[in-house]
Design a protein around this ligand. Structure first.
Ligand SMILES: Nc1ncnc2c1ncn2[C@@H]1O[C@H](COP(=O)(O)OP(=O)(O)OP(=O)(O)O)[C@@H](O)[C@H]1O
Ligand SMILES: [Mg+2]
Length: 273
């Protein structure tokens, strides 16, 4: 198998050119924030993008993308749309307390339904926000979805880096290409343009080097990121000229380049950035 090629015998998503999973080993490192802003940045680069929230037990996309609860699977046009992205989340579909009592097979079933039965249409990228760890959602997705690759999110701290390495190994074991590592909350930028590396410097980069995967870049820490997420207007959309948004646009370009390296030749026209 060539690197970055989706494995055979997976379900077909005919209109979707590239499926990119955003994952981590550890919780709370910023996966959902990265997935959402990466998806928006790819859209700003002129791509057709979908965002699938695979976090069944703790979906974040409804709040981050300001979609009020719907919970009427039969009364809506799926996927929903917001800020130019096509969206699907368990948080739109069932009440959180219902999802909380589901067991693995139910999670797997609904994720498969989301992938195969939601009319995603023509997409250049379907970005998938994974829950933390290496549980049912990750296994279902890695076994069934034709993933182009995974973006692993870490923060600079050792605890996060160790778990990122575990997440990375999981994708390797199931033969999903790792597109690279992005370090979130890397540094704080002061108005004088200085970068303050609060939690140590270059941990994500070293992890990438040790694991022989690309380093995709650093996203600064900025209270506005959290504020925008909570208010449902992600920073790339709300403040496209901010330093953080620029870091996301650079990340989108790098991710697109890594994906294109493994793309099928017929998918390449129009994709190269
Ligand atoms: N670069 C950043 N600067 C400041 N705050 C950030 C940044 N990235 C993420 N955050 C904040 O950190 C918190 C955790 O982020 P997020 O929910 O994206 O993490 P997660 O990895 O998806 O968590 P979980 O494992 O629970 O799914 C959120 O409040 C988010 O707004
Ligand atoms: Mg999350």
């Amino acid at each position: 198998m060539q690197p970055h090629q989706p494995a055979a015998q997976k379900i077909a998503l005919p209109g979707v050119k590239n499926v990119v999973a955003v994952a981590s080993g550890k919780g709370g490192v910023g996966k959902s924030t990265v997935a959402t802003n990466l998806a928006l940045a790819l859209h700003m680069l002129g791509r057709r993008v979908g965002l699938l929230d695979a976090d069944i037990y703790g979906p974040s996309i409804p709040i981050m993308m300001n979609i009020k609860e719907t919970w009427e699977p039969n009364g809506r046009e799926w996927p929903l749309e917001q800020y130019g992205l096509k969206l699907m989340s368990m948080g739109f579909w069932v009440k959180p307390e219902v999802a909380m009592i589901w067991r693995g097979p139910m999670v797997a079933k609904y994720l498969t339904v989301f992938l195969t039965q939601i009319p995603w249409g023509e997409l250049d990228y379907l970005v998938i926000d994974l829950p933390p760890g290496t549980g049912d959602a990750q296994l279902t997705l890695t076994q069934t979805a034709p993933l182009s690759g995974a973006v692993i999110v870490t923060t600079p701290q050792d605890v996060s880096l160790i778990d990122a390495r575990k997440g990375l190994e999981m994708f390797r074991q199931v033969k999903v290409p790792v597109l690279g590592i992005v370090e979130n909350m890397s540094y704080f930028a002061t108005p004088d343009g200085k970068r303050h590396y609060l939690f140590g410097h270059a941990g994500g980069q070293k992890l990438a080097e040790n694991a022989s995967v690309p380093f995709l870049g650093e996203i600064p820490i900025d209270p506005k990121v959290a504020e925008c997420g909570d208010r449902g207007d992600p920073i790339v959309h709300k403040y496209p000229d901010s330093e953080v948004a620029k870091a996301y646009l650079k990340l989108a370009t790098t991710v697109a380049t890594e994906v294109a390296k493994g793309a099928r030749p017929e998918d390449l026209p129009g994709l190269a950035l």
